[in-house]
Design a protein around this ligand. Structure first.
Ligand code: SF4
Length: 494
């Protein structure tokens, strides 16, 4: 099947548009690694740019970042005339595999599609995988060898999540104006988050928190500046980097001594916003930023392990305003387990306080609804009914608008299906296929579960501590018993 002379043809597929592919740091970095390997030719394709012939593919890998990415996976497979189900693909088809946060969180809904999956960090694993694939032409023998690699999940076996030490800094290998983040050099500063909010996969699937050495981050910034003046620092909790302030100071010194830098930081950690940090962002051209408070009441923030005091929130807004930002988006959730009407009222009270103490400063709220996720202490929790969540959304929108504060809400209906997809098992593949073939709208999900008689109640109602969970096949840290302990510890705090 090798068409490019003797090179092994490896294709990395991104199940969304090219602009998002170019801005996905993990995907682009693995592409860089694969592309540097001896004897391997690596090409990138995405859902809207499929300039490839099926005959040119020796193996095909997907990166899944969002629960609805299966739509792009099917679109690409269909365009390439490759059957969706692995059991329908014989020797004449390439091996197809996947990785990324969605797969690491729960690979079970995808096990009938992919021949194998990568659980956890992929930067070292991808080299080992390609070494086997390049040399072992027999499909079953290749799968047998792959199953011995740490982090490789072959359906019906268990797998240990792979975690790497962070050495060389990861950055966008291609700076492009076609990227969602135009001409931006993105640098990973830290991976994971030590805060361990009880709902947060960004923290739990990336434990332990790791960061790159200061010198290496600075080297990456300097390298990035040889390509563009737009630098973005990435990480779920970058300000937890032990030398984050020094990194910011370094950038500030450069700007003040005449280097033009546009600096981007996805969100500020509410309890560690400092005047210097905001000033550096403003010097770097940032006008607005985001803080995540997750819940308005201190009671709920304790329960989810956010442990953020109201004064810290007000302080973050004040510092942002006093040091030159024009506005701040405050991100939060509704529908967190145990949430009461009083907790919802707390949003209004907090918003009033923020407004009164920061006249003329533009604050906006952004809400998503709680989606219980595998691998977190809230993996057993139930999800609130859609109608009740929508009622809360309407109420908040109305009351916040009376205060002159704009608000945005995720769709409670789509979040419902996100819960189903992320907390289900292998039975969901048929539903995903049905949804894809019927246009991908909400109505397709509803008719799909009816027609296929798929039970989604469990994924919504939640699981008991002693029940088997679809994703129990992953050996993770912290293990299940520690997640139960953590849930109970948090419960005892409220
Ligand atoms: S602080 Fe943010 S990234 Fe960290 S655990 Fe909490 S929600 Fe996740």
């Amino acid at each position: 099947m090798n068409k490019s002379k003797d090179l092994y043809n490896f294709i990395m597929a991104y199940p969304a548009s090219e602009e998002f592919a170019l801005s996905s740091l993990g995907y682009m970095w693995l592409y860089k690694i694969a592309d540097s390997l001896e004897g391997i030719e690596t090409k990138r394709i995405s859902a809207d740019s499929l300039n490839i012939d099926k005959r040119e593919i020796d193996s095909l890998a997907f990166s899944l970042s969002f629960d609805f990415d299966f739509m792009g996976v099917f679109k690409i497979l269909e365009k390439l005339s490759i059957p969706f189900y692995s059991e329908q693909r014989g020797e004449e088809f390439p091996l197809i595999f996947a990785g990324g946060p969605v797969i690491t969180t729960n690979p079970r809904p995808y096990e009938k599609i992919f021949d194998f999956m990568m659980i956890g960090d992929g930067e070292v694993g991808i080299k080992e995988v390609l070494e086997i694939l390049k040399n072992e032409k027999d499909r079953n023998a290749a799968l047998e060898k792959l199953s011995k690699i740490e982090g490789i999940y072959i359906p019906n076996k268990t797998v240990k999540k792979r975690t790497e030490a962070l050495n060389s800094v990861i950055y966008t290998p291609i700076v492009s104006d076609k990227s969602y983040f135009k001409n931006t050099f993105i640098i990973e500063v830290a991976r994971g988050c030590m805060n361990r909010c009880a709902f947060c996969t960004a923290s739990y699937i990336n434990l332990p928190f790791r960061n790159y050495e200061y010198d290496k981050v600075i080297e990456a910034i300097e390298f990035g500046l040889t390509k563009t003046n737009k630098i973005a620092l990435l990480g779920a909790q970058i300000s937890a980097h032990p030398r984050f302030n020094d990194i910011m100071q370094y950038i500030r010194n450069k700007i003040e001594s005449g280097t033009k830098i546009e600096l981007g930081i996805s969100s500020l950690r509410t309890d560690s916003v400092t005047p210097e940090m905001v000033q550096t962002l403003v010097l770097g051209g940032q006008k607005n930023s985001t803080i995540a408070i997750e819940a308005a009441s201190e009671r709920l923030r304790k329960f989810i392990n956010k442990n953020l005091k109201e004064e810290q929130i007000l302080n973050a807004v004040k510092i942002s305003r006093e040091n030159g930002l024009k506005g701040l988006k405050i991100y939060s959730m509704i529908g967190i387990p145990t949430e009461t009407d009083e907790d919802i009222q707390e949003f209004i009270r907090l918003a009033k306080r923020i407004k009164a103490e920061n006249k003329g400063f533009n604050t906006a709220f952004s809400f998503s609804t709680f989606v219980p996720k595998p691998q977190t202490p809230f993996q057993w929790a139930s999800r609130e009914e859609t109608k009740s969540l929508e009622k809360k959304q309407k109420y908040l929108e109305k009351e916040l608008s009376k205060l002159g504060i704009s608000s945005k809400f995720s769709s409670a209906k789509w979040d419902y299906w996100q819960t189903v997809l992320s907390r289900g098992g292998a039975e969901l593949t048929e539903l995903m296929e049905y949804v894809y073939k019927n246009g991908g709208k909400l109505s397709a999900y509803k008719s799909g579960v009816k027609e296929l008689n798929i039970k989604t109640e469990k994924a919504i109602a939640g699981y008991g501590y002693d029940e088997d969970l679809p994703w129990d096949i992953i050996e993770n840290y912290p293990p299940k018993d520690l997640l139960v302990k953590e849930y109970k510890r948090l419960e005892s705090k409220i």
